[in-house]
Design a protein. Structure first.
Length: 278
């Protein structure tokens, strides 16, 4: 089997992690392919935190290759395991005793009001975000679903997220937790100027369109944290489910609820007891 290592080298301990990975993987009979090679690996091994994994996925030449990710960063919500379980992960890859967790991605195009053709399509595993860059002023966004006008938001920005991205920026903005296997798209509003706005959870078969009706403040459009465009009044962003899925490697004991509790501190009770009924 052949591995391709994609590491965030701004993390100081990743050099040591790479050396450890190469020694342990070689002992199990794995071979290595250099990043950028035309040869297709059996697995990508990403080293870092969640941001590192997203960058590794976006820069990967072969999107259909499974990603096994080792957390050497901070949260590591998307990772297969912590660096302390590196050997366990390698053993699982060698023996085939792992789970392939298929994750939905979204596709978006931005049609600028000043241009005749839409910009290049971009993909997101987590989310697309429109966010103002100046403080003190709000923007207006008209929401269309399947060509039907739903409403207009006066707000700081918009988030359109996958179930994977529901526990990222959308969660911080008051959005729902949606388990990764759910066929859904989350639409969340950032600081809406109203008392009644709530996030929407739509079927992932829906086609979403955001029209910039008011641009009182400069805004950016980003996919998975990477800014791709500046948004102005009259611009149209079209978002839908992509045909491209991402394969994340999980160990056989993977439990999404345990991950929620362990990584994000999610709990249904104020007290740390098995039975917390009053």
């Amino acid at each position: 089997m052949k591995l391709c290592i994609k590491a965030n080298m701004t993390i100081e301990k990743n050099q040591q992690a790479i050396e450890e990975l190469k020694v342990k993987a070689s002992a199990l009979g794995f071979e290595f392919i250099e990043v950028g090679s035309d040869e297709k690996p059996d697995f990508y091994i990403a080293l870092g935190g969640d941001g590192s994994i997203l960058r590794a996925i976006h820069s990967a030449k072969f999107k259909d290759v499974p990603f096994a990710s080792i957390n050497t960063g901070t949260l590591g919500y998307l990772t297969t395991a912590h660096i302390s379980k590196l050997e366990e992960v390698l053993q699982a890859l060698k023996s085939g005793e792992y789970i392939i967790d298929l994750r939905t991605t979204l596709s978006a195009t931005v049609k600028k009001s000043t241009e005749s053709e839409p910009q290049k399509e971009c993909l997101a595993l987590n989310d697309f975000v429109i966010m103002r860059t100046d403080s003190g002023r709000t923007n207006g966004f008209e929401l269309y679903v399947n060509n039907n006008r739903v409403t207009e938001f006066l707000c700081d920005g918009m988030i359109v997220a996958t179930p994977t991205g529901s526990t990222a920026y959308s969660l911080s903005a008051g959005g729902p937790i949606v388990l990764p296997g759910t066929a859904a798209i989350i639409i969340n509003v950032i600081c809406p100027h109203t008392l009644t706005s709530r996030p929407l959870v739509l079927p992932d078969s829906d086609n979403i369109e955001l029209r910039v009706s008011k641009a009182n403040a400069a805004s950016t459009f980003s996919h998975d944290g990477v800014v791709t465009s500046y948004i102005e009044a009259g611009d149209i962003i079209k978002i839908s489910k992509s045909a491209q899925s991402i394969k994340l490697v999980k160990l056989n004991d993977y439990d999404p609820f345990y991950t929620l509790s362990k990584k994000l501190g999610w709990n249904g009770c104020l007290f740390n007891h098995t039975n917390c009924c009053f």
